[in-house]
Design a protein around this ligand. Structure first.
Ligand SMILES: [Zn+2]
Length: 247
């Protein structure tokens, strides 16, 4: 079978046997796929290590396997590797790669996720507020996945209300009358809703102009994003524990 040629972002890498690596890639043409790349840890390998380092933007030829989830990657070439020199920017980028790896289905092409990843890497490389970009990324990622987040009205009755609570299960705001639909609902402040709405409306590229958001508000938004994501996941470990390094 002929390989597919695609651009991709390396999400994850681990060493395999003596000289190979197994990569998780988010590809433009096939969504998230797992690949083996053979022989690249051998001394004679001509493939530069950056071409299979998490975070790298590469061009790849992939032989998709019919009966295995492990595909074959051959001769990746590096298109771009963003130098995320500031420690927090790099932490944010790694957390984002991990979230995409955890929450996207295998082999489901989604150009919106691919371009969100590309754009996020570009602005993270130049951002003085990586924690803002990190949280804004999550809001947009959740929307692409279709899990919410409804921020302009009650997600159940669709009516506008003066005060709301937040439901991760239902994916958005719930009003007083509908709150019994989610016993695990959380309180949410109007000022937090306002910032979330702003992030939701803005293109991720524009989020770099958001200068400063108090960290306690970012914490809250991140919490609402996480309970929304978590409701849809079957991951039994605490996948967000490393996020304390950025927020
Ligand atoms: Zn309602």
């Amino acid at each position: 079978m002929a390989p597919i040629k695609t651009e991709a972002i390396v999400l994850k890498k681990h060493n395999f046997r003596e000289t190979s690596v197994i990569l998780s890639l988010y590809t433009e043409n096939a969504g998230k796929i797992k690949c083996i790349l053979k022989g690249v840890r051998a001394e004679k390998s001509k493939i530069p290590p950056l071409a299979f380092t998490p975070g790298a933007y590469i061009h790849a030829s992939v032989y998709l396997k019919q009966n295995s989830e492990l595909n074959l990657l051959s001769s990746p070439s590096l298109l771009q590797y963003y130098d995320l020199g500031y420690k927090k920017n790099l932490i944010g980028w790694r957390l984002i790669l991990n979230i995409v790896d955890l929450f996207t289905p295998e082999r489901e092409k989604d150009e919106n996720i691919f371009s969100l990843l590309r754009e996020t890497s570009e602005i993270l490389a130049a951002s003085a507020n990586p924690e803002v970009i990190f949280v804004a990324f999550k809001i947009k990622f959740i929307k692409i996945l279709g899990y919410g987040i409804e921020l302009s009205r009650c997600v159940v009755c669709r009516k506008e209300s003066k005060a709301y609570m937040f439901s991760g299960k239902l994916g958005g705001l719930i009003c007083e009358e509908c709150k019994s639909k989610d016993p695990q609902r959380s309180n949410i402040l109007k000022k937090v809703i306002n910032v979330m709405q702003q992030m939701d409306r803005m293109d991720i590229k524009k989020c770099r102009i958001i200068k400063h958001i108090p960290v306690e508000i970012l914490h809250k938004i991140n919490f609402y994003a996480n309970i929304t994501l978590n409701y849809h996941s079957e991951i039994d470990k605490i996948w967000w524990s490393n996020e304390k390094n950025i927020l």
